[in-house]
Design a protein. Structure first.
Length: 518
């Protein structure tokens, strides 16, 4: 759509005053975080990709969420693109995130295990959960290009545990990787252990568990090896946090249906949620955007749903050609490129939002517009969303609608809503500036257009190639009853090229909730 807007476009006509549905995301109180922001203590650096990965969790047990913001291409001393992660804590006055007490984590120095070497990309993916059930969330930080025992880019995952005293702490930092001194199979070059992370209570014991993607894992050996087929490793939580007790590794032909597929890269996209009523515990959803279908439909994509991870490992595969799934599978659709689980229809069971960022439309110059499917596994109707459904926006070539997804209750009505990143959206002559849609959930009907919102960068005007909306996460950072949204523009140029930024959009704060312990 050809237009230039330099502030918030809020398509929220018809706000419903009942309950807390009026407490949508607000333009007031917006924060803009980046390298060089006051109190951060990090000088702006070109190509740092600030915000390329985001996570939210209550790391210091104060009743409000804190935020982890990755800068995976940040240079360290002697380690180009070594990567760092910034953690901002929620302010005591309930106003949102604060630079007070901020933490910066990396593999440089003695705080965490491992060595800082070039191109490790510390923080390329992040996830939070309470793995030891102490009331404080913990943070998993992936280093998928970490060199382990001189094995190049074997990959690793750190877990920093939360505490009431200081929040995240380096004491008892877990450092997970493959190999004789680690977990799972042998160390191999370019396995990329940690290519994706997801947190859920998969065994229904009250402790969060961690799923780790190993997207470049080769299955088999020698001439029979299937290159880059991919695998997934799951570590289960307990009183002392994550451990190898009962841990499992699975891939096609071992726990999962089918045979390994070359370059399928299973484990490149992960999400978790309670997606069925039948099997106790959360399900693991695996996006496989590089999945090939018969008839030359390369990279059509698929989603695998895995239940009973600590037991029989029931799994099912869905594509855009599966019964009841809207759309048609086509080469290059990349169905499964982004995932988010949320209860959008208020029935107590989560649905799965699945992006097909390469979705094409019929007609000229409409490649990679992107689409989002809502998969419902309890028999309700599944839905397909395009930007054409969200006027005045329209589907345009290379919008990549759905590149990031985040599910949370942003309007406080008790039903999850969905934030959808469109990082390729051009605003008039400003190409690839990006925007974010927020669609509200509704009781019985699911996602709706009434009360929806559209957000652009609100403090720093949109620029070409910002890619606003390329990463999203939700949490409750201020003293409001509803969720807040972090939206990243990892390619935003502020004082230097492509340093990156994160915009914090807050729901309406309420003094009643200021203590964080409602």
């Amino acid at each position: 759509m050809n237009r230039v807007v330099l502030w918030v476009v809020c398509l929220s006509a018809g706000l419903v005053p009942a309950g807390r549905s009026w407490a949508q995301l607000q333009s007031s109180g917006t924060q803009f975080w980046h390298q060089g922001a006051p109190g951060i203590g990090v000088a702006p650096e070109a190509d740092a990709a600030f915000g390329a990965a985001l996570a939210a969790g209550d790391f210091n047990c104060d009743g409000r969420d804190d935020a982890a913001m990755a800068m995976p291409r940040d240079d360290l001393v002697g380690a180009m693109d070594g990567g760092r992660v910034l953690v901002l804590y929620a302010a005591a006055d309930g106003s949102g995130l604060s630079a007070s007490g901020r933490q910066i984590w990396s593999q440089a120095g003695a705080a965490v295990a491992g060595d800082a070497t070039a191109f490790e990309n510390f923080g390329q993916s992040l996830a939070s959960g309470d793995f030891d059930d102490d009331g404080c969330d913990d943070l998993a930080i992936a280093v998928p290009n970490d060199d382990i025992e001189d094995v190049h880019a074997a990959g690793a995952v750190h877990v920093l545990y939360g505490s009431a005293a200081v929040g995240l702490q380096a004491d008892n930092d877990d450092y997970w990787h493959q190999g004789a001194n680690g977990v799972g199979s042998a160390l191999e070059v370019n396995d990329h252990f940690g290519s994706a992370l997801a947190v859920g209570d998969f065994d229904d014991d009250g402790f969060d568990d961690l799923a780790i993607g190993i997207s470049s894992e080769d299955i088999g050996s020698g001439a029979d090896a299937v290159d880059n087929a991919g695998a997934i490793h799951v570590l289960f939580g307990g009183g002392s946090g994550l451990s190898t007790a009962g841990d499992v590794t699975f891939f096609r032909g071992s726990g999962l249906n089918g045979t390994p597929q070359t370059n399928e890269m299973l484990g490149d996209v992960l999400a978790a949620g309670d997606l069925n009523f039948v099997i106790a515990g959360d399900e693991l959803a695996v996006g496989i955007p590089s999945h090939d279908l018969a008839g030359g439909l390369n990279d059509a994509g698929a989603v695998m749903l895995i239940s009973d991870i600590d037991g029989a490992l029931f799994n099912a595969l869905y594509t855009q050609d599966s019964p009841d799934v809207p759309g048609v599978a086509e080469a290059g659709d990349s169905f499964g490129a982004a995932l988010a689980a949320g209860d959008f229809d208020g029935d107590g069971l989560a649905e799965l939002a699945v992006a097909a960022t390469g979705e094409d439309l019929q007609g000229p110059d409409v490649s990679a517009v992107g689409s989002v499917n809502i998969l419902d596994f309890d028999g309700d109707t599944m839905h397909l969303w395009l930007q054409d459904d969200l006027g005045p926006e329209t589907s345009e070539a290379f919008d990549n609608f759905g590149s990031a997804l985040a599910a949370a209750d942003f309007n406080g009505d008790g039903i999850d809503d969905l934030a959808i990143g469109v990082p390729g959206e051009s605003l008039g002559a400003v190409s690839n500036a990006g925007l974010v849609h927020v669609l509200p959930g509704s009781n019985g009907a699911g996602l709706a257009t009434v009360g929806r919102q559209v957000w652009l960068q609100t403090i720093d005007p949109p620029d070409a190639n910002d890619a606003f909306g390329l990463a999203l996460t939700a949490g409750r950072f201020n003293a409001g009853a509803a969720a807040d949204l972090l939206a990243a523009a990892p390619a935003n140029s502020i004082s230097v090229a492509f340093t990156g930024s994160v915009t914090a959009l807050y729901s309406l704060a309420d003094a009643v909730f200021a203590d964080g312990f409602e």
